[in-house]
Each structure stands twice: as C-alpha cells, then as structure tokens.
Design a protein around this ligand. Sequence first.
Ligand code: MSP
Length: 517
Amino acid sequence: MSGRKTFYTTTPIYYVNDVPHIGHAYATLACDVMARFKRLDGFDVHFLTGTDEHGQKVEKAAAAAGMSPQSFTDKVSQSFRDLLGVMNYSPDNFIRTTEKRHYASCQALWEKLVASGDIYLGKYAGWYSVRDEAFYAEDETTVGPDGKRRAGPVNNEVEWVEEPSYFFKLSAWGDRLLEFYEKNPRFIAPESRRNEIISFVKGGLQDLSVSRTSFSWGVPVPGDPKHIMYVWLDALTNYITECGYPDESNPLWRFWPADVHVVGKDIIRFHCVYWPAFLMSAGLAPPKRVFASGWWTTEGQKISKSLGNAIDPVAVTKEFGVDPVRYFLLREVPFGNDGDFQRRALIGRLNADLANAYGNLCQRVLSIVAKNCGSVVPPKGVLTDDDNALLGRAQGLLAAVRAEIDEQAFHRALTAIWEVIADANRYVDAQAPWALAKTDPARRDTVMWVLAETIRRVTLLVQPFMPESASKILEQLAVPQEARTYAAFDQELAPGTALPKPQGVFPRYVEPAKAAS
Ligand code: MSP
C-alpha cells in the first residue's frame, strides 16, 4: 500500500482445551520480537495469533467441563487473549477459528481443492490421536508394555477410527514438495527439521483424510454437511483467512505469502508437508518460511497437567517482571533447541545480564551525567581511537542484529548486544571519568557523551526484546518517540539536551527469604 516491504508473521493458533503456560507464550514471544523489530525497521508488518477452537479434542474438553463447545471456547480463548497483555505482545489481530469469515475461507479453499481434482470420497480405517488431532500409519505406532498403542512426537495414545471420509491426494504431491524444498532452502528451519521433513516425504506420502463424520464440532464440508473438515485443514487456513481469502482484493492480501510461521517442533509435518500441498493445489503460494521452535521443560521435567508443573506466565511475570522473563526465554536457549526453565537460571540472568551489566551501565552513566554534567547531554569533544572503537561497535550492531533476526537467532542477537554492553562497562573502567573530573573535565564530558550515545544505540536494539525497559531508558536519554526507529539510528544525541532525573530500570532480584533475613 505504502510501498514499504511487507512482513507477515504468525504464531500457531492455540488449542482451547487448556489454559496457557509458558510453552504457549514462547512462539508468540518470538513473533512479537520479529514484529516489533520489523516495525522499527520500516516494514509494513502484520502479526497474527489466535485460537484453534474446533475438533474432537476441544469438543471433549468442553464436555468434560460440562459446557457447550461454543461457551467453553469463548472462555478459554479469552485466557489466550489475556496472555497478550501479560507478556506485552503486540499482535495486529487475534483470530478465532469459530469466526464466520473463517468458515467462508475454509469452504472456499475446500472448493478449490475439489476443483483441482485433489479431493475424493472414501473411507478412513486407521489410527488417530485425539491429542495430536493426527492420523498415523500403523508402522508409525508402537504398543507399549501397558498394551496401549501410541504414536507421534510426544507419544500420545491412538485409537482405531473407521468412518466415511474425504481424502486429499497427498500421495501425488511428494515430488512437487521435494522440488519446492530444493528450490526454497530457507523454507524449513532449523536445518535438522528440514532434514526430518525431507526424509519423511521421501519415504512416500499417503493420501490424507480431510473430513470427519463421527462428531460435529467443525466447519461443514460444502455440499456434504454430514462431514466436517479435518481440524488441521481448518486450522492452517487461519493464516489466509486473516488476509481476506478468498477475496484477493482485500487490502490484507498483500501480506500473503507469510514471511515466517513460527511453530513448535511437534507440528512441522502439518506446516511443512500438508500446508504447502494444500496451498499449491489451490494455486496459492506457500509461506516463505516455517521455523520450528523447541520445547520447554521445567526444572528437568516435561510440562504436564498431572505434575502441575506448568509455568504460569501471570505468576512468573508478576514475580520477576515481564521484560526479564522475555529476555530469559530468548537468551537462555538458542531458538530451535529445547530448553529447561530453571528458576535459578532466570535469577542468574536477571542479576548478571540485566541488573549488573546493562542496568549498572545505564545507572552509572546517567547518574554521573546528572550529578556532574548538569543533567544535559554533555558536549562531544574530539574523539579518541578508543571512543571511535566503542561507538563503531555499537554502530555495527544494527546490521548484525537485523541479520540474526532474519534467521530467528534471537540468542545470537542478544549476545551481540550484550558484548557491546560489556565493552562499554570496560570502557567506563578504563576511562575512569570520575578521575577526569579533576584533571580534564572536557575529556570527562566527551567520555560521558560516548557512553550515553552507546547506551542509546544499544537500547534502540533492545526495544523489540524488552519494550518497556528500553522505553524507560530512552526516556532518560530524552530520545523522542519518532527518533526510536532504525531510520533514526544514526541520529546522535544532541549535546545540551536536558535529561530527566535518572532512575534504575533493572533492580537486582533478591530471594524473598533472603530479603527478609
Ligand atoms: N492448534 C495447534 C496448532 C495449529 S496451527 C495452525 C496446536 N495447538 S497447541 O495449543 O497444542 O500448541 C500450540 C503450540 O504450543 C505448539 O507449537 C506447541 O509446540 C507449543 N507448545 C506446547 N507445549 C510446549 C512446551 N512445553 N514448550 C514449548 N512449546 C510448546 O498444536
């Protein structure tokens, strides 16, 4: 519209069978950081999240709660919406698969698949996992010592299903998918997931059952409403419903194909095999990239309802603050790997990286400026090699962080930023501005300008990760809102600008028991 480059990122839409935990907050955090970065970097951004409300699993959860599926989904969907405020996420929209526009979009896509000759009526007889909402071939299942048959990435129980069903001719798409992966090496990340998908497809694809008749909570198949659409066909379609599908004149259609679908490692088959096949069959472009994140355990244990060990985002952000939790989740573990959520590790990072390194840098610099430089941005004198070296490293961060964000390498982006913070702390010690106050106040001013300017550059890049804290620091440097974008990255602090009274942004975390003693 505006001629700006578009950027469309999506989270998985969450099943409303359960309340959100930190694992659910994770993919949305990654999308939030990308969306915020791209907005600051001048892109026309659309960031979508939402809830996946149909299917047998949700229908069962509603029945167990003694509620109708609609009122149950209304209630649980709201808890996922509330999570957005809790974690300070900035989606442009929250989609629900029970919306009317989504029914229309699913049915239009179905009709396209029919028109392509890829849908036929048959009978499904095979294994199904309600928890995964997935069909499994017999050789993908194993029978455990308890006599129960299981399958899939988290080894959920499967049951035998036999019912009339429409099928999608997935078996005919293997070669075209392999060609697509070959031509689009960035489509699946990380690399290990790409290999996993390629070998799955090379192993041969079976036709996919895409409708169910044994329950009714879903989108009716056009022309045959005894059938409802398979919940994954319904769910995946949300990404194009949002863009207005089938109305390609909708202004939001400019965002398709999506730039990055962030998904958990357990759901890549749906996103990297079924989804591009459906889209290509319907004559639509597949998304540009699917990034599979790893899974969180807590204190070494799988997150499970029965263990009651799920980290509640509300409680954890209340105790530690939203920004430290956001920082920890993306800094602690390379995005794509599994991670273990340990309280001790979170406190360690909060105190070492945030309070001691970044917080302390801001605090010492801003308080010297307030006390000794008249609470204004100090004059910038002649720069030495050391000054230029630090400023240069801070300058180089924009390109470095941009490149890492494009790879979803959030931990590397943060590492790069924190290296400059460490450099800046070393520079303070080496320049000893407190000593210069007596011997060479003009040099002291220059040193303080270099430091304040370094904090500005660093903090501009911290914004997508820790928006609230970054904003507080930029306010203390009197950086106006319009100068916080990356177009203004080179707009240096102007000497003489009045600065507000400095305030600490990252307090040290002290265990309550210790604080009391
Ligand atoms: N509804 C489907 C997605 C449809 S997308 C078109 C679904 N929902 S889910 O609620 O079960 O899971 C949503 C996401 O949360 C998945 O990507 C899953 O990997 C992620 N996680 C669930 N538990 C998790 C952890 N313990 N750790 C990290 N992510 C986890 O699948």
